[in-house]
Each structure stands twice: as C-alpha cells, then as structure tokens.
Ligand binder design. Sequence first.
Ligand SMILES: Nc1ncnc2c1ncn2[C@@H]1O[C@H](COP(=O)(O)OP(=O)(O)OP(=O)(O)O)[C@@H](O)[C@H]1O
Ligand SMILES: [Mg+2]
Length: 356
Amino acid sequence: MHIVLSFNQSVAEEDDQPPSLKQLNTQHTPQDLYAEWDDIETIQAVAEALGQEHQVSLVNADLDAFAKFRALRPDLVFNMAEGLYGGSRESQIPAMLEMLQIPYTGSDPVTLGICLDKLRTKEILTFHQIPNPAFVQLRHASDLPVHFNFPVLVKPTLEGSSKGITDKSLVHNAMELQIQLDSVWSGYQQPALVEEFLCGREFTVALIGNGTAVQVLPIVEIDLSTLPAGANPIYSYEAKWLWDTEIAPLQIFHCPAQLEPLLQRKIEDLCRKAFIHLGCRDWCRVDVRLDASGHPQIIEVNPLPGVLPRPEQNSCFPKAARAAGLSYPEMILSVVNAACERLDLVEKNDAHRCLL
Ligand SMILES: Nc1ncnc2c1ncn2[C@@H]1O[C@H](COP(=O)(O)OP(=O)(O)OP(=O)(O)O)[C@@H](O)[C@H]1O
Ligand SMILES: [Mg+2]
C-alpha cells in the first residue's frame, strides 16, 4: 500500500518555528510548547517501520496539509499529527482526511477531540459508570465543592504530555489551589480541572486493535518512589521531561507490572471499557491509578500515544510492545493491520505483501 505518515515535528531552533507559533511565543513562552509534537528521530523510526512493508511518503501536518493529502491520495494515512492550534487540534488532520475520503489509522475527529478535553472525557466515563477521580472545573478556589478533601490535583483541561502538570500541581490548601488555578489560566488560557487525588500505584496500559477484540499489552507500572526525594508522587512534567533523561534515566517503569491476577484483570477490563465507550480505534494508551482502597480508576485516555523509539527514552507504548515480544516496526505495523481490518483494506494490504 501507499501510506502517508502524517506528523507534527517539534522544532528545536526558534527560527524554524511556524510564523503564528512565533507570534504566540512573544506573548507566552511556556517551556512545554512543543512537548506533544514528535522529534525527527521518532518520525524517521515510524517511517522506517512502515517502509518494511509499504511505500511511504511523509506529510508534515502544517497549514498546507490538506493540499498535500489531496495531491498524494494514499491508500492509508498513518496519523500521528497532534494538530496545530486550539482545543480540537488533534481532530484537524482526521477531519481533513474524512473530507477527502482517505482512510487513516487511529481514532476519528470526535474521539480525538473528546479525549484531549479531560472534562468531556470524564463526563463520558462517568455516564458509563467507569471509575475516575471526582472532578470539577474551577476558576476560584473559594468555589471548591465541600466534598473535595485536600490534597487535590490541578491540571489544564485541554493538554497532554503533562503540559501544565508540574510538581506544584498537587495542592494542599486553598491558597496553593488558587496559585495553581491562576497559573493554568495565565499559562494556557483555559480553565483548570480540579481532581480528587488518587494516592495509589500508577499504571499505563497500551491497547492495539478494535472493539471487543482489542488487545491489551503488558501493563506498565510507573514507580513514583523513584522520583527525586521530596518530589510529589505524580508523573509530572518535571518527572517526564526534566528528571528522566537519557544520560541519567529514572528506573521508573516496571513492565510487565507485578500484579495480583484479579487486579490485573480489573485494570485490563477497565481500560477495554474506556477504549470502547470513548470510541477509540486501532491503538490507545490509558492511564490508571489505584485509589486509597486499591481500586483502579481511569486518569485519562490517550488515543494518539507517544512512541519514542529507543528503549532508553522511556516511552510507555513501545515499552509495553517490547514486553509483548513486538519489535518497534512490528508495533507500528500492528496498528496498520488493525486499521486495515477495521477498514476492510486487508486484501490490499496482503496483496502488497505478496509482491514484496
Ligand atoms: N486525579 C489524579 N490523582 C492522582 N494522580 C494524578 C491525577 N491526575 C493526574 N495525576 C498524575 O499526574 C500525571 C499526569 O496527569 P495526566 O495523565 O492527566 O496528564 P497528561 O498531560 O495528559 O499526561 P500524558 O503525558 O499521559 O498525556 C499522571 O500520570 C499522574 O501521576
Ligand atoms: Mg497521562
């Protein structure tokens, strides 16, 4: 098949930034501006994986993306583009592809839009009685409902990659809460979500496939006891991007997680349910934490999971895939296969393999 890899590349040099992001930078320069986007090494690794079985073209998902897809008309787009601007940015490329009737991997614009909005995601989880931490969207600490007990976790409603979730996001009183609410508002121009803090073990769960046949890969435990002394027990921006470096990696992941069979099954079932009820397709990574009673709850759902290629980069989805015996290319091609089965492109996919 002819597959287009669609991506947003993170830019290291100021001068290489797209003009409107440059303008944005003059107003606010959060250090995490590009945290969601993929680096060139990841883009190349995914392209090479796809290239093992397919003809591959690259499309940077910039303002000219629509015209590029329209001209190329591939059989399938492998979509890992996080989008450019706004709270529905992850939906932008899939929406264009639907308009052009070009099939693509992964979730549709509705699911991508919902999962980037943690409030909407939690409303859907709650409707389906899928346990998740109690939540409220707030601007003023004085409006915190009485049923919340400190500490609580404060996060931007519309971000990922721990953008806006720092060591200070776990707050212990109304004064700290107001500081964090102000910080989310000024840093991200969006309302903050305040959540009950789940104090138990943390896991992240990779899934590949579709519907009830979706496959749960070995569960990754995030061992928060490996964070520097004095750090709060959260997988914060500092933990992900500043304290865990390639030169001095934290031994923060255990995969497969050591779990009682019953708890393992509970976590797997919970993640499958979240995947299905949120309408996820082909692949996804679900974050889970145990509450004070040891029951698993969903923290959030990532239908465009990060896939840094080298093991020392401590990327959860590839780690789970490795534990399942899948090499990096096999992991990427499994996502393609899941999409092909869903789209009934199997014959085309197989025909191409026979020609190789
Ligand atoms: N309600 C909560 N209770 C306990 N810990 C939480 C809660 N919400 C978030 N956390 C901690 O903060 C971390 C980041 O939160 P979350 O997963 O919502 O952010 P994210 O930016 O979407 O992450 P990702 O990098 O997975 O996209 C979690 O991994 C967890 O350690
Ligand atoms: Mg997360």
